[in-house]
Design a protein around this ligand. Sequence first.
Ligand code: PXL
Length: 286
Amino acid sequence: MEHLRIAALHDISGFGRGSMTTAISVCAASGIQCCPLVGAVLSAHTAYPNVTIRDLTEDLASCVDSWQAIGCRFDGFYSGYMSDIRQAEQMLALYETCANPSAPLIVDPVMGDNGKAYAGAFGPEFAGKMADYCGRAHVITPNLTEAAMLLGLAPDAWREDSIFLENCLEQLLELGCGAVVLTGVRDGAGNIGAVYQTRQGQKGSVFRPRVGAYFPGTGDLFTSVLTAALLRTGQDRLDWAVGTAVDFVQRCILQTHNADTPPLEGVLLEEALPELWKTLNRKHKK
Ligand code: PXL
C-alpha cells in the first residue's frame, strides 16, 4: 500500500464529533496519515452553549514555515472550519510549497447549515473571501446554505428545485474550482445525498433514504471520507468517492439514530471505521 499523507486545516473541538477529530480518525482508518494544522481549539463545537475558543490564526504562519524547513511533502490538502478567513492564506502557502505532484486541494467551505450561518465570523465578507479561496481548490463540498453564501446570497436563499441546483453547480464552478459537490441535497422523495459536477462536464448524484434526524459534524465526515476515497482511488473517480462518502455518512447516521445517543454528540463513526478500511482497500487502485 502506498504511504499517503495529507495536511488538514480544521479546528479541534474537544466535545461533539467533527472537524479535526473526524478528519484524523477517517484518514487513519483509510491508511492515510493526517497532519493537523490546528486553526482553533474549542471546548466543544459551537452548537453547544458556553463553548470556549482559542483562535490560533497568528500561529499558523510559523507552523507552515517550520513544515517547509523540515521539507514536509503532502499528497493532499484538506481544509474545513476556519475561525478566521486569513487561515486560508496559510493553507495556500503550504499548498504552493509542500505539494507532491498532482496533490489535490479539497475545501469544505464551512460557514453554516439549515439556512443559518454558524456562530462566529461567517458574514458576507468572510463568505466573499471563502469564495476566492474555493476558486483555488480542486474540489469544494458546500452544503446548500454554504453554496448560497458563496454566491453572495443570504444563507437561507437556497431552493431544492433542479433549476436552482443546476445554476448553483455552474456558478460555483465559475469561481474556478475543478469540481463542486453539493451536500445535504434532498430529492423530494424522502432521499438525501449529494450532487456533483466537474469542470470537464462530468455530472452525477447519489441519494439514499433520509433518516429523520439532524447530527452536527456530518459535513465534516462526508468531506473526510471523500478526501480519503479520492486519495486512495485517484482524482478521476469522483463518482465513486461521492458514493462512498454518501454511503458511509448514511450508515453512521442510521447506527446513531438506532443507538439513540444525544444528537449534539454527533454520529457514532468509531464502530463503522473498520468497514471504511475494508471498502477502500477492496477498491483502491494505488
Ligand atoms: O461541523 C462544522 C463545524 C466545525 N467546527 C466547529 C463547528 C462546526 C459546526 O457547528 O462549530 C467549531
